[in-house]
Design a protein around this ligand. Structure first.
Ligand SMILES: [Zn+2]
Length: 104
């Protein structure tokens, strides 16, 4: 399974290396080469095409004293057709929010 990260976060991680203090007397011309490498790395990150992903939206089942409902769209939990009891599904059947506590 692939991991998806924000391009902006990757670029910030690369640019954070720019402030490294390279002793000029021990490594002449190293800082320029190092920074040039950072620019090339940032260019490579910028050239990667965007993945077709949807951000995860988290929700939570809340109870109003009568019914369980999604705290994002106020949709009531569906009822089991056999028992009539409300089913707190891992995703909201209306808005698709991830209702699992452990996914946060
Ligand atoms: Zn919802």
């Amino acid at each position: 399974m692939s991991d998806y990260i924000k391009r902006e976060d990757a670029l910030m991680a690369i640019l954070a290396l720019e402030d490294r203090d390279i002793p000029e007397d021990r490594y002449p011309d190293t800082e320029f080469a190092f920074n040039e490498g950072l620019v090339r790395a940032a260019d490579k990150v910028n050239a990667i095409p965007a993945a077709d992903v949807v951000p995860v939206v988290c929700g939570k089942w809340e109870h109003d004293g009568f019914n369980w409902f999604c705290n994002r769209c106020n949709y009531n939990a569906l009822c089991d057709k056999d028992t009539g009891e409300e089913v707190l599904s891992p995703r909201c059947p209306n808005c698709g929010a991830d209702m699992r506590e452990e996914s946060r």
